[in-house]
Design a protein around this ligand. Structure first.
Ligand SMILES: [Zn+2]
Length: 57
């Protein structure tokens, strides 16, 4: 049985620009990591296909 309360490993990543936590966001083209300081910081990180698959689980 999966532990639904465990934090996503992707959300432990921090923004390379300002050091703030990154949050998983969804766009029409898929998931990506966006800086939580958005719109002040517009840094976004793309996720690999394997990582996107992991999120959708
Ligand atoms: Zn940032």
């Amino acid at each position: 049985m999966p532990d639904v309360n465990s934090a996503s490993p992707f959300e432990s990543k921090t923004c390379p620009d300002c050091g703030s936590p990154m949050r998983i966001k969804q766009s029409p083209r898929g998931f990506f990591l966006g800086c939580t300081k958005y719109p002040k910081c517009r840094r976004a990180l793309t996720l690999s296909a394997a990582e996107q698959k992991e999120i959708r689980k």
